[in-house]
Design a protein around this ligand. Structure first.
Ligand code: SF4
Length: 491
């Protein structure tokens, strides 16, 4: 029989020794979520090579690191039998607050974001998120609820994601996650502790929230309270020194991500795609029980590979090609970015995962919870729309793009309507064209792919025409491409 599972891990640069150690666990992990042999084969031979640039070692290592966490999640029931406490985080949230728990609890605790991880792995790498998010009896696919929460709900009720000791759910801007929490407890006999942290959106439009001491203090108190509750439930003491350590580690990691983002986004030709960039960026938005060692290796590797491509002038599209920034490049439906590339337009930075000058300013406080609160309130998507417009406009002006792309969160009560309201203003501030596609970050089953591809073609056509009229470099580049094409046909 063909060794599909071996070959899959081998494709992602797992060593022979690791493959022999992890093989049966990997097979079990795929079965747990309903993936068949044929799904693994299809991902290996078709879906991953088509949508992810695995010619780059850093990308292979990064996908491999996600797979390591995927395997680890499938063992949660065994961990529980050994008395290990299980804590889940919810996206969107600040991963370092969860990482501090892991640093304090070490092997006595599992800390992870299984639903987010499954959405990326089962959706983005295997193209089979339908296995986890479609259940007529719970939240069905046709309800247009957030698929991340559908995955959580169905997987929790069906026991695919085991019951934790506690979930820390952030309702700072997503109200669907806490509501889903309640729905799970009503519809099932599964019971666990959950903590919901919230903050009223009661500041004036334009208030610079990270500089508003009352606001920072309020948020820091929410964080401290939640950590205190987690200590009571699990018995794991979360030490202040571990909060400092996680903030230091996160800051080092963030700087590396920032370096990668600028190398990719501000070089022409663009050396790597937006899917790959967002895959690296997402690692900063969730905590991994398997830790960051494998991601750091992947990140260091990709930075060197990108630098090499830049020095050799190797790009994913010809020099001068139009570039889009995106709110969050939809990595769970990676064909979107690939369709843009096929139409001659690249996606570079994701504003939700990137950094601006403000993110590297010194903190105004020395208490680690106040620092963490200030980080959150310097994030565009966490603050009032006036400040958000300012932060977004500053960020966009730091990157070299011809347009911005939004719209993959139309189902989301907050993010969906918020994006519609602020785009016009950011466009006026930055003079960068903004585009909106009615889409879904997590799951493409609600739309006809051919319709979305038609919209992508139209946006690309607009951007290319505009670029041809304004950039001599691009016009020369296109002329050369046409000439090369004719030479090829002649031969
Ligand atoms: S996509 Fe929207 S609704 Fe879903 S978890 Fe994220 S913020 Fe919440």
């Amino acid at each position: 029989m063909e060794k599909i599972y071996n070959r899959f891990l081998d494709m992602l640069d797992f060593s022979k020794q690791e493959i022999s150690q992890l093989l049966s666990d990997f097979e079990n992990a795929t079965k747990k979520v309903g993936l068949e042999r044929e799904d693994v084969k299809y991902a290996m031979n078709t879906w991953i090579p088509q949508n992810w640039d695995i010619t780059m070692k850093g990308v292979r290592l990064c996908i491999g690191a996600y797979i390591r966490e995927f395997i680890d999640i499938s063992k949660i029931n065994e961990y529980k039998k050994d008395g290990i406490k299980v804590i889940y985080g919810m996206s969107p949230s600040q991963a370092s607050l969860f990482q501090a728990i892991k640093i304090s609890g070490q092997d006595k605790v599992f800390v992870g974001y299984p639903d987010f991880l499954y959405s990326i792995v089962v959706g983005g790498f295997f193209n089979r998120i339908d296995l986890l998010n479609d259940n007529e009896e719970n939240l069905s696919i046709r309800c247009r609820h957030c698929s991340l929460n559908r995955v959580r709900m169905n997987s929790a009720i069906e026991g695919i994601i085991p019951a934790p000791d506690v979930i820390w759910s952030w309702g700072f801007y997503c109200d669907e996650a806490p509501k889903t929490e309640e729905l799970i407890s009503i519809l099932s006999d599964k019971k666990w502790e959950y903590i919901i942290s919230r903050m009223p959106h009661d500041v004036y439009i334009g208030d610079e929230e990270d500089k508003n001491k009352d606001r920072v203090e309020y948020l820091a108190e929410q964080f401290k309270y939640a950590h205190g509750e987690i200590e009571n439930i699990t018995g794991i003491e979360i030490k202040n020194k571990d909060m400092y350590n996680t903030l230091i580690e996160n800051s080092k990691y963030t700087r590396k991500l920032d370096k990668l983002t600028r190398l990719v986004s501000n070089n022409d030709p663009q050396p790597m795609g937006g899917n790959e960039l967002a895959l690296f960026g997402t690692t900063n938005s969730m905590t991994f029980n398997t830790g960051y060692t494998f991601f750091i290796e992947a990140l260091d590797t990709i930075i060197e590979e990108v630098k090499k491509r830049i020095s050799e002038k190797i790009g994913i599209l010809p020099v001068g090609s139009p570039k889009l920034g995106c709110h969050f490049t939809p990595i769970c439906v990676p064909w979107v970015e690939r369709t843009f590339l096929e139409n001659g337009v690249s996606i570079s930075f994701s504003s939700n995962l990137s950094f601006s000058k403000i993110n590297f300013q010194p903190f105004d406080y020395i208490d680690p919870y106040m620092m963490a609160a200030q980080i959150w309130l310097r994030t565009a998507s966490s603050v009032n729309s006036g400040y958000q417009i300012k932060l977004m406009s500053e960020m966009i002006s730091e990157y070299d793009v011809d347009g911005m792309l939004y719209g993959f969160f139309t189902f989301d009560r907050w993010l969906g309507s918020n994006q519609n309201m602020i785009l016009k203003r950011i466009e006026e501030e930055t003079d960068v064209h903004h585009f909106y596609i009615e889409g879904d970050f997590w799951d493409d089953t609600n739309f006809k792919k051919s319709d979305r591809k038609g919209i992508i073609q139209s946006i690309s056509y607009f951007l290319k025409t505009k670029k041809l009229m304004s950039s001599k470099v691009y016009a020369e580049s296109m002329k050369k491409q046409e000439k090369d094409k004719w030479q090829e046909i002649k031969h």
